[in-house]
Design a protein around this ligand. Structure first.
Ligand SMILES: C[S@@+](CC[C@H](N)C(=O)[O-])C[C@H]1O[C@@H](n2cnc3c(N)ncnc32)[C@H](O)[C@@H]1O
Length: 269
């Protein structure tokens, strides 16, 4: 009973903290349970929860308030008389507000042209751990009728993506969901899991493998960040090598593409 109270108190405490308020509650609960299992000192527990949130999501995203401000910016943006180049500039400006999409901007047009060039026509996309990537639809050679479902942990980010879909006239929906609980039950022609699998494994052993096994779409794009920086402690697993052997043993037809800071596997079955 005492432990349950403790867990509830910790969840309430974390939920009200700046920069954590928008997070999925089940994710907070998972981190609280893990921290309580490993430490009893209050400072240690708090520090371990904060580090886990930072590693999984906050280090990529803009600070609290920013995505709500961006929604206002979107509402103020002109919706008439814009050329395709204007749309791309606008999208690139938005993509800068999430670290994962920011580092892709220098080669984003080539990136999506090459990826979609390997795939059959795509009518629906499920983007898991999406960040701001749905905004990059401007650079994806897909039909204007494509349906886009985007999934991430934070409500403000999800609200922003929903507003973006509405204002850009895209058929799409963004959902707040914790992928550690599984993939939302949504049919799609293409599943995107870009630069996200290692983050899941860091919170829960084997979560990346379970998520990958649960992908039901006939096509998928799975990518990993590559970095020249020294790996942080606990970050030493070679996910790319692990993934290559997993794919070699699977029924997916695989093409590997290499970009300056990202390795991409384009999968078909
Ligand atoms: C490295 S970023 C990649 C973003 C995007 N896929 C891209 O490549 O531009 C990882 C994203 O996964 C999200 N994420 C991490 N753990 C998650 C979880 N358990 N459930 C849902 N999303 C998660 C983070 O919030 C973050 O937006």
């Amino acid at each position: 009973m005492e432990t349950t109270c403790n867990i509830t108190d910790w969840i309430e405490r974390i939920k009200t903290m700046k920069n954590f308020r928008e997070l999925d509650e089940s994710f907070i609960e998972q981190l609280v349970r893990q921290a309580l299992a490993l430490a009893s000192d209050e400072k240690e527990i708090l520090s371990s929860i904060k580090t886990a949130i930072q590693d999984a999501t906050n280090r990529f995203r803009a600070m609290e308030g920013s995505y709500r401000e961006m929604i206002a910016e979107l509402d103020d943006s002109p919706d008439r008389g814009l050329t395709a180049a204007d749309h791309e500039l606008f999208a690139a400006d938005l993509l800068r507000r999430h670290e994962a999409s920011k580092e892709r901007i220098p080669f984003i047009r080539r990136y999506y042209k090459e990826i979609f060039g390997l795939l059959p026509p795509i009518g629906s996309i499920l983007d898991l751990g999406c960040g701001l990537n749905p905004v990059a639809i401007t650079f994806m050679p897909v039909s204007p009728q494509v349906h886009y479902t985007a999934v991430d942990l934070s409500l403000d980010l999800v609200d922003f993506i929903n507003d973006f879909f509405r204002l850009a006239g895209i058929s799409g929906i963004a959902i707040q969901s914790n992928l550690l609980n599984g993939i939302p039950d949504i049919e799609a022609d293409l599943t995107l899991v870009q630069k996200t699998l290692p983050l899941l494994d860091r919170v829960e052993k084997d979560a990346a493998r379970r998520l990958f096994d649960a992908v039901r779409s006939p096509n998928a794009v799975v990518s990993f960040k590559t970095t020249k920086k020294r790996a942080k402690a606990g970050d030493s697993r070679d996910f790319i090598a692990e993934y290559e052997s997993l794919l070699a043993a699977s029924s997916w037809e695989t093409v590997k593409l290499v970009y300056p800071n990202e390795i991409v596997f384009v999968l078909k079955r």
